[in-house]
Write a protein that binds this ligand. Sequence first.
Ligand code: SF4
Length: 457
Amino acid sequence: MALLDKTFYLETFGCQMNAHDSEKVIGTLLREGYRQVETEVDAALILYNTCSIRDKAEQKVFNRLNDYKALHKQGKRFAVLGCVAQQEGEKIFERAPYVSLVAGSASYRKLPEMLVQLEAGNNRIAGLDDRQTDQTFETEFTARGNKHRGYITIIEGCDKFCAYCVVPYTRGKERSRTSDSVLTEARRMADAGYTDIQLLGQNVNSYRDSSGKMSFAELLVAVGHVAGIRRVRFTTSHPRDFTRDIVDAIDAVPTLCDHVHLPVQSGSSRVLQRMQREYTLEWYLERIAWIQAARRPISLTTDIIVGFPGETEEDFEQTLSLLAQVGYDAVFAFKYSARPNTPAISMEDSIPEEVKSRRLQALLEFQREIQRTLYSRHIGEIVEVMVEGNNPARGQVSGRSSQNKVVNFTVDSPIYPATGTYMLVRITQSFPNSLLGEAVILGQPSAISAGEEICVV
Ligand code: SF4
């Protein structure tokens, strides 16, 4: 069945990498003459950009396909993109026969050709690279959803093979862009009015400039110096590749944000070894010490998996001790869930679901109290906030600090500041996950010059 009506609906599941991949896929579709619509019902082509990092995310995609399969009878076409597409491959055509296109993220650069096949009526199009490609998906046609903050992927794929993770199998091998192409994109974004850039990679600090010109820290510095850019973040860092010059770069370049996300996953070296994380707790703590010795007040956040096979109560206690020792500003904690084709799926000593749930709950409560204390230390400080939205019903403006903390604040004006405006806010109250304050200066982005050392959160 040929595709005549070039309307599409795209829904994204999962992480920031997926969100940004979708922006590039949308840009590609628009360039190919497609028009984006708001609902499945209005679209001729329905795409799901999927996530398989946890079982629930994967199930959601199949539920969604099931909910809308009747639309196939009206001539609509379905495409499954992303990690579930790569993981399940052509089996998706059996499980959901109304799907016409299945493509993993390492194949997106071939999307225009795949669309031509789709338009010609081909009902079994598969783009599955399976760690073959050395190429990255680069396009000038990225349809960014936010006008002030934008992502730039600098490295795709992963070569680490942590025992629990599907990413090395679904996103292919590590491949970095050239520093020139990253900087060209950053300059283009600055020219378009972006002030906040987030460099992305599954292992962002594994970045190896494919032209050999810059290290990751040097690239950070270069992006931080692009005229018009006021904030640069990067995620996700791997402890194995975290080098001291990253901290030196943050100390030296004011536009690099006061925030490092450094996933640890467990506070037990024994569990880390079983997870194949390639570092010990001591190694990790050495990097934390570098960050905490910086001149800038760098906030730290992390990821934790509870209930990995073989995790004892003692291992779990070591994780709690780590949280107390480091003092993270946020922790993203999840129960271990077995993923297909990963080494951990066949490990012995799986942890009962109720034990995982209990540990997760205990960890979240423990961390909440840590954050309550840490956030209260900001009371009285003046911080720079980039406005993200307004809540007139509560009389509040909402934004984020350089440390990536949510700051809600009041303004002494009937007119709310526009999204993307930078403002100074005096913190008056704190909560475990956010700060409350009042605007000190109402103004345009020029109210504070980029890099002024007034930003203390
Ligand atoms: S470093 Fe480990 S957890 Fe992160 S993407 Fe690679 S395999 Fe997955």
